[in-house]
Design a protein around this ligand. Structure first.
Ligand SMILES: [Fe+2]
Length: 512
């Protein structure tokens, strides 16, 4: 079984273009001419280090129909400068936009100054891209005193407008973390706010067109052009509630592996990821480490690719024996070990675990019966308990978990033993609401009201759309829940619905 699985995962030769093909300076068309600008999808940047960052763009004249580009590699020029008019250029070069990779461009820069704002632009032929802004991280040993960032997730295109992104682009941030559900895989549905082009996503072309449709939104492009992003996926980048190679609808693993490979390829193509994340068949290295001076360690985690199947039939259920299965895993053994090794070695004042699904134990059933969502950490009790025990005994400095997925805001205490309110709080959990998913919000749904009263660990919940803005200093983390009243029509103002503070050395958030 293992051999077959390994073959399935990495042996999908049809997607197996190598890193060499992608980045070698092949025979590219040097001065192509276009009938319209090919920079319809904007620019973005991501995965900063103290001396570099990834710059991204894609050439697409007809973005919703395969891109409309010639079936040849095209030469793209790039430059990066220390001012917003690009008069002080510090680096420039050439990259290749290959049809094998949907004419996307990933420029992996090094040699930049730490903790510095930069502006960048691409050119192909005589066409210029919009100018993007990005920022390198401080050196690991630098005693930086502040990091401002936001978390975003769940941006179903059909059910709402990206008003939240419009406001986010105006914020004073160093960084944005995207925690997944960047796209949704479903077919176009009539009578919603907007409509997906095409049917349910299955092929790499389907996924590419969907990313292009999402990036056609100017507010999303504006946020990308304003800040570097650290991205991870959740389920909808492939298919609802998939787990490893298990498809929700029970498709054979051989068939689902092909779909996952197509989805992962399009994800890599459209995200500002490093070469280390170039997919190999149905495998893509997405969990990865970041260090922001002595202030923060950020571990970007992947709770989809390596997890075992959801227990007890998935969805919201009474716990069954499977939720206690010690072989059940959310991270997979290699990622779990990597995370614990990293936390053990961490010198950072704050340790963020940026991942997808809520970790707090949350009874999601109003009334005396206790039912849990098997797709969250609640379905993987032993996996969660190993992690919380690790945090409680090894005590990495100020652990904070970040999640998305559920389309509401939550602040939760994570206790050493989630079933025993007398055990100490070992970490603080912030769950960020959706950008649009679930449509216009309200203060609290009836179920959420019940969940607040029936779950001791919940400090706050709210059901509006938006994002969470964080202001991190050595001695405190402040979280502002930024919300919009509606997403079904344009123009909603942004407001801070609530603010919470975690004091250094004291896990658990206080309203303030
Ligand atoms: Fe979602």
């Amino acid at each position: 079984m293992l051999d077959r699985r390994a073959f399935l995962l990495s042996g999908l030769a049809m997607y197996g273009a190598s890193a060499r093909e992608l980045f070698a300076a092949g025979p590219a068309v040097q001065n192509p001419k276009f009938s319209a600008s090919p920079f319809t999808l904007g620019v973005c940047s991501g995965d900063p280090t103290p001396d570099g960052v990834v710059l991204w763009t894609r050439l697409a004249i007809d973005p919703l129909n395969g891109g409309g580009m010639p079936k040849q590699p095209l030469e793209v020029q790039w430059q990066i400068a220390t001012d917003d008019r690009l008069s002080r250029v510090v680096r420039s070069g050439k990259a290749m936009a290959s049809p094998d990779w949907a004419h996307t461009v990933h420029v992996e820069l090094s040699g930049l100054q730490p903790h510095t704002w930069y502006w960048y632009q691409f050119r192909v032929g005589s066409e210029l891209s919009p100018i993007g802004r990005t920022r390198t991280f401080p050196r690991a040993q630098s005693a930086v005193d502040r990091l401002r960032f936001a978390i975003a997730s769940c941006q179903h295109f059909e059910v709402g407008l990206y008003t939240a992104y419009q406001h986010m682009a105006e914020e004073d941030l160093d960084l944005v973390l995207h925690l997944g559900d960047y796209i949704y895989e479903g077919p176009g549905v009539d009578k919603l706010v907007r409509k997906h082009v095409g049917g349910e996503l299955m092929t790499v072309d389907d996924y590419r067109n969907r990313y292009a449709q999402y990036r056609s939104d100017p507010a999303l492009r504006a946020s990308h052009a304003s800040f570097p992003f650290l991205v991870v996926w959740d389920d909808h980048e492939v298919d609802n509630n998939y787990a490893g190679l298990y498809h929700e609808g029970g498709a054979p693993v051989e068939q689902f592996a092909l779909r996952r490979a197509a989805a992962y390829k399009a994800f890599y193509e459209h995200m500002p990821l490093r070469r280390a994340s170039i997919p190999k068949g149905a495998l893509l290295q997405l969990y990865r480490p970041f260090t922001y001076g002595t202030l923060a360690s950020i571990s970007m985690l992947d709770t989809r690719q390596y997890r075992t199947d959801q227990p007890c039939g998935d969805n919201v259920q009474l716990p069954c024996a499977e939720t206690q299965d010690p072989r059940a895993t959310m991270l997979g053994p290699a990622q779990e070990k990597w995370l614990m090794d990293r936390l053990n070695r961490s010198q950072a004042g704050w340790n963020f675990l940026a991942q997808q699904v809520p970790m707090a134990k949350l009874d999601r059933f109003a009334g005396p019966e206790r039912r849990f969502s098997m797709d969250k950490w609640d379905g993987y009790e032993q996996s969660r308990s190993r992690l919380l025990k690790f945090l409680g005994t090894r005590k990495p400095s100020n652990p904070v978990t970040l999640a998305g997925d559920v389309h509401n805001n939550w602040v939760n205490d994570l206790r050493l033993d989630v079933d025993d309110a007398k055990t100490p709080i070992v970490a603080t959990e912030f769950v960020g609401t959706s950008i649009t998913s679930a449509g216009d919000g309200n203060e609290l749904s009836p179920l959420m009201k019940a969940m607040i009263s029936e779950n001791e660990c919940v400090r706050f919940a709210n059901n509006h759309r938006g994002y969470v803005r964080f202001d991190l200093k050595p001695k405190e983390l402040r979280a502002d829940f930024r919300v919009v009243e509606y997403v079904s029509r344009p123009g909603a103002p942004i407001k801070t619905r609530a603010s919470f503070v975690v004091e250094g050395g004291r896990p658990g958030a206080q309203e303030g």
